[in-house]
Design a protein around this ligand. Structure first.
Ligand code: DX5
Ligand code: ZN
Length: 253
């Protein structure tokens, strides 16, 4: 859907749900979203391109403020620099920050395509999601491991995707929390029951040992940092992870 058209539709939840329903075919496509958090930041552009070359079709950018999470990462200038090197791949900006409304315009201007905010960080979540859409980006919502899926009941019809955290946010290379699988399954059931077509993304501890489980549970957008960037050949790592995910998906279908 064109950005302007989408902006108009987001004023009306039913219209949004209907527009999304028309794209349901693409909602369940498995995609790898390499997370640059574990990349070598001195070679960020080249490493991101290697991950894309290996099959990454979305670039996941983790923004941390040292308040909502106990770590600091990147801001809009780094997103803008990457945008100059990487023209086509959607930038999936995962905002782990307090007061995200204050920064949405800057990330949109820098080249973000998808912007996700934490349910736990947004007092006026509906307003924040509309604000993201008003800047021409796809709005998405994230839940921490301790947050139940039903906290999202009233926004599922206006989000492009739901991001289920399978670690407590703040750091790469943490251990996968298996409770995320049940949450992914619940989201699949709700999507079916309500006729919606938000996509389901998972973030944290996704590697060759866990990717089969998350895909079988129903996740379609797979964020992976450590498994792609930390060791060995980035291109190969991405390609093997995507292959394993698509293999698990074929067995699930
Ligand atoms: C964690 C970040 C993740 C992180 C995932 O707070 O949101 O995107 O990069 O890293 P891995 O794949 O190493 O668990
Ligand atoms: Zn993330």
């Amino acid at each position: 859907m064109a950005r302007l058209e989408r902006r108009l539709h987001i004023q009306d939840g039913e219209a949004v749900a209907s527009a999304y329903n028309q794209r349901r075919g693409s909602a369940t496509l498995i995609e790898l979203a390499p997370s640059i958090l574990s990349a070598n930041f001195a070679q960020l552009g080249a490493e991101a391109l290697a991950a894309i070359d290996g099959g990454g079709t979305v670039l996941h950018l983790d923004v941390m403020d040292g308040h909502f999470v106990p770590n600091l990462t990147i801001g809009p200038p780094v997103v803008a620099s990457l945008r100059k090197t990487i023209a086509k791949v959607p930038f999936d900006c995962h905002l782990m920050i307090e007061n995200p409304d204050d920064y949405i315009a800057a990330f949109a201007e820098a080249g973000a395509n998808w912007i996700s905010v934490h349910q736990e960080a947004c007092v006026h979540l509906n307003r924040t999601l509309h604000l993201i859409a008003s800047h021409g980006c796809e709005p998405a919502v994230v839940i921490n491991p301790a947050t139940p899926v039903h906290m999202l009941d009233e926004v599922l019809h206006i989000v492009h995707h739901v991001l289920v955290m399978s670690v407590n946010p703040g750091f790469g290379a943490q251990k996968f929390i298996p409770g995320a699988l049940r949450k992914i399954e619940t989201l699949v059931q709700i999507r079916e029951r309500r006729g919606l077509s938000f996509r389901i993304e998972v973030d944290g501890g996704v590697d060759l040992t866990t990717v089969g489980d998350v895909v079988r549970a129903g996740a379609e957008l797979l964020v992976a940092g450590n498994a792609v960037f930390a060791h060995g050949d980035i291109r190969d790592n991405a390609s093997k992870l995507l292959q394993a995910a698509r293999g698990a998906k074929a067995m699930r279908a």
